[in-house]
Ligand binder design. Sequence first.
Ligand SMILES: NC(=O)c1ccc[n+]([C@@H]2O[C@H](COP(=O)([O-])OP(=O)(O)OC[C@H]3O[C@@H](n4cnc5c(N)ncnc54)[C@H](OP(=O)(O)O)[C@@H]3O)[C@@H](O)[C@H]2O)c1
Length: 315
Amino acid sequence: MAQAMRFFELNTGAKIPSVGLGTWQAAPGVVGDAVATAIKLGYRHIDCAQVYGNEKEIGSVLKKLFEDGVVKREDLWITSKLWNTNHALEDVQEAMDSTLQDLHLNYLDLYLIHWPVSMKKGAVGFNREDLTQPDIPVTWRAMEALYDSGKARAIGVSNFSTKKLGDLLEVARVPPAVVQVECHPVWQQPKLHALCKSKGIHLTGFSPLGSPGTGIVKIEVLKDPVLNMVAEKLGKSPAQIALRWGLQMGHSVLPKSTNEVRIRQNFDVFDFSIPEDLFVKFSEIEQERLIKATVFAHETFGAYRTVEELWDGEI
Ligand SMILES: NC(=O)c1ccc[n+]([C@@H]2O[C@H](COP(=O)([O-])OP(=O)(O)OC[C@H]3O[C@@H](n4cnc5c(N)ncnc54)[C@H](OP(=O)(O)O)[C@@H]3O)[C@@H](O)[C@H]2O)c1
């Protein structure tokens, strides 16, 4: 009998639903329907971010679902993320308040520092001239204040290397509950996984299907031969195997889809397991980070001259 793995427990005692709906690149006019469809199918976790530009639409849908009695606020897990332009001590709370207003919520289940990268306040887009020197200990203090206030029931970080997470742990009064990073069979993150495990931090995998359809991604994770061999043996789709691999690693996963058939398929991963003899085959897969974020590395501007520095060599 497969372990259902519907939740993972955080160091706050809260239970994060193991499969969440991703909303990056879910277009305005489409994302609302995707969220409503997912919640009606049983999803209880929605992954948002201010920079995705669609929190208002998601908020309107959530409000309607609450009013119609489809789901209760306390049964949902809503994550959002602090954008790079709001890292200053005095800007963090305002940024979160604006996200709460857009989402029509009065608390978040999880608030994350989106990147270990800071940009000029008010900057729009991804211009390298807007990059500034981040001060993560200061930003984290503001995140801790949000946690103390109860507006963020858990706090964490995203796109941190093992080194950057280790550095944060040295100065954090409230340790991060979650680190959200790229994680799938082609980028398995063993070092970060080990640090998280030893420190009681939960790892959430973003782009768990390898972000197909994103122009910058050149490798097709869903075409990986190991994934397809396992999918064929178990009678599942490659996407379901990629997600189930994440769950069996102990990670929550955030597949994005705006298509009802695929939203349903991505949630149908609780009643089977990848057996040990097939699970070990994943260690044969060649590794590569797909979302390198070269846009955040520059010789002159910001903190990281190269992508190697941004990721502390984990690339
Ligand atoms: N913290 C961060 O910096 C960060 C970065 C990236 C992502 N994320 C989060 O993680 C979420 C997921 O990552 P992602 O959007 O990059 O990529 P992903 O979930 O790995 O892949 C999404 C793509 O796969 C397609 N798809 C979905 N289900 C499928 C299935 N069963 N079979 C085949 N194709 C399928 C989707 O198309 P359809 O919509 O047409 O189904 C979409 O093009 C994001 O939406 C976001 O919430 C966070």
